[in-house]
Design a protein around this ligand. Structure first.
Ligand code: NAD
Length: 368
């Protein structure tokens, strides 16, 4: 079976689906790997390293798509890329089918069996394939570095001959995978960190990272099955907004990561709350791709309001492409091996992982 890795074509995408280490592992189990020339270049993986790992480097995307039985990608394919796919081939990428209706229809029309790892069930068995967690880890880390690079303050407390400088106060809203990594990173830089989440279960995790957990009486079940948050009632959300507006007044940096699967991200920091913040404060809104947690966030750009900088960075994992690719490559190769047996695709739709991630198969759209 031939596995193909094209160069990503989406603007600003620097990651690559397989890195040389994972190529070597796939070659070792008997798979052939084709990599488009320059596919890993933006992530600092040279063609030569892929060759040394046992891959064949080919000159064009057309050759990768035209010769591969399975295509591994990061971003969803473009319509042009779908046209390059072989009929009956398989493709693994990361996308929400509802946001890619035309592409999904084309994939089905070309009888491509397409999988989206964005749909992977968060079950223990699927952890090695969990790219949502691996890329959220990258985003949480990088969000803190962005804040540190844009604030006019030091993060750590400094005692110097030129005076004693207090540590930065960082507030993290939403303490899932990205939020916990943001807490850990801000702590490593010496900030005083507090965090809030509607799921009471995360209190212990926040505290174990040396941060303070902000307590608010939620008064309702905020956790759904599977460990995710649920949408709050209007009344509780109103109380939450007032609570957060109080907390952001003292913060120098606010990192927001709150999300509810399948829904728009909840607004947590209103324009009024931003007005109450100190000039020079920085908000990094990691929920920007699902609508944003701050009322003022603009996707992919910065907004300054009353001296507060609001950043809405898009595709942060791509800005740390070396390790983000390495982690994704492990995720996607674990998934590939899960749907492969004896060097060929073996699809078992009774299996939750295969069933939940499969978007198109045998000409049918299975996930809208
Ligand atoms: P996510 O990206 O969906 O949400 C981020 C955080 O925002 C969550 O902690 C959520 O509680 C919080 N949030 C939602 N609404 C909020 C609000 N109104 N106010 C404040 N916070 C709000 O979540 P995630 O980071 O992808 O994962 C969340 C959880 O999923 C994990 O902590 C874990 O329990 C579970 N998970 C399980 C596995 C597994 O393999 N078993 C893997 C990853 C995650």
């Amino acid at each position: 079976m031939k596995v193909g890795v094209p160069k990503e074509t989406a603007p600003n995408e620097r990651r690559v689906a397989l890195v040389p280490d994972t190529v070597a592992k796939l070659v070792k189990v008997g798979l052939e790997v084709l990599v488009e020339r320059g596919a890993g270049e933006a992530a600092s993986f040279a063609d030569e390293a892929y060759r040394a790992a046992g891959a064949t480097v080919v000159a064009t995307a057309g050759q990768v798509f035209g010769q591969s039985d399975v295509i591994l990608k990061m971003q969803p394919p473009s319509i042009d890329e779908v046209r390059l796919c072989r009929e009956g081939a398989a493709l693994v990428a990361v996308f929400q089918p509802s946001a890619e209706r035309d592409v999904v229809a084309q994939l089905a029309a070309r009888t491509v069996t397409a999988f989206s790892l964005a749909l992977l069930p968060r079950i223990t068995r699927a952890q090695p394939m969990d790219m949502l967690s691996s890329q959220a880890t990258v985003a949480g880390y990088k969000a803190v570095l962005l804040a540190a690079a844009t604030t006019g303050r030091f993060f750590p407390m400094l005692v110097t001959a030129a005076g004693t400088l207090p540590p930065a106060r960082v507030l993290v809203l939403g303490a899932g995978v990205a939020g916990l990594q943001a807490i850990a990173t801000a702590r490593r830089l010496g900030a005083v960190v507090s965090a809030f989440d509607v799921r009471p279960a995360v209190k212990e995790q926040v505290e174990s990272l040396g941060a303070r957990f902000l307590e608010m009486q939620i008064g309702e079940q905020a956790e759904a099955a599977g460990g995710y948050a649920k949408e709050l009632s209007e009344e509780t959300h109103r109380r939450e907004l007032a609570f957060i507006a109080q907390q952001v007044r003292d913060a120098d940096i606010v990192i927001t990561t709150a999300a509810i699967p399948g829904k728009r991200a909840p607004i947590l920091v209103t324009a009024d709350a931003v007005r109450g913040m100190k000039p020079g404060s920085v908000i990094v809104d990691l929920a920007v791709e699902t609508g944003g947690n701050c009322e003022l966030t603009e996707p992919g750009t910065e907004v300054i309001r009353n001296g507060v900088l609001v950043l809405g960075p898009l595709n942060l994992p791509s800005t740390l492409p070396y390790h983000a690719s390495q982690m994704y490559a492990r995720n996607v190769s674990s998934f590939l091996l899960h749907i492969t047996k004896d060097g060929a695709l073996r699809l078992d739709f009774e299996d939750e992982i295969t069933r939940d991630t499969c978007v198109t198969h045998a000409g049918e759209v299975r996930k809208q």
